[in-house]
Design a protein around this ligand. Sequence first.
Ligand SMILES: Nc1ncnc2c1ncn2[C@@H]1O[C@H](COP(=O)(O)OP(=O)(O)OP(=O)(O)O)[C@@H](O)[C@H]1O
Ligand SMILES: [Mg+2]
Length: 222
Amino acid sequence: MIDLENVCYAYENEIALRYVNLHIEEGESVIIQGPNGCGKSTLIRLLNGIIFPSEGKYSYKGNEITEKVLKNNSFAKWFHQQVGYVFQNADTQLFCSSVEEEIAFGPVQMGLPQEVIAQRTEDCIRLFHLEKLRNRPPYHLSGGEKRKVSLACILSMNPEVLVLDEPLAGLDEKTQEMLINFLKEFHKSGKTLIIITHNKQLAKTLGTRFVYMNEEHELVEQ
Ligand SMILES: Nc1ncnc2c1ncn2[C@@H]1O[C@H](COP(=O)(O)OP(=O)(O)OP(=O)(O)O)[C@@H](O)[C@H]1O
Ligand SMILES: [Mg+2]
């Protein structure tokens, strides 16, 4: 499903990925670990088509993901619906004037019928217990509330692959538990998970495969 072949990436002078090879099959739950600055967030920004390899090749379901193919609107729509990405910093992801609107945004973009949009929005609001926040502007919420809203936004698009960067950071215990249970169900339903985490408990509970990035920005299977 996901194929990275000898992928390199550098920010101006800063190397972040060095000849990364990674093949992920549908239904895997891959945990990515490694020290600060090794390139984990860079790797998943690339998986989500936000940045592109400086060298090497990234394919999703046999389609090479390049800046050029993502300029094609219908392909970009399909791809971003397939691969859902929750940023490490939720602030960069929220821009609508209410939580409700924010959660409906993806389904609206996908051109789904009004009833489906309303249903999905309600389901996600309920799942994350966001009822009291539904009319508030997302950028005035607390850090943990923002995280819940960004997760709800991605899940409302019903992605095939869910890519999470430190999903438990900043969440209270009850919300962490709820999210872990949700991710277990998501994986059980045959979907693919890619998770960056320093949390050993989360890794153990959800991982079916473990990869490690080292300080040389190389990826190693464990
Ligand atoms: N926008 C940027 N411009 C220049 N260098 C960057 C940029 N973003 C990241 N880097 C550098 O690229 C390398 C990889 O960064 P990345 O954010 O992928 O690390 P990470 O493994 O996610 O770290 P952390 O565990 O701290 O989140 C680091 O050396 C970092 O300083
Ligand atoms: Mg990171």
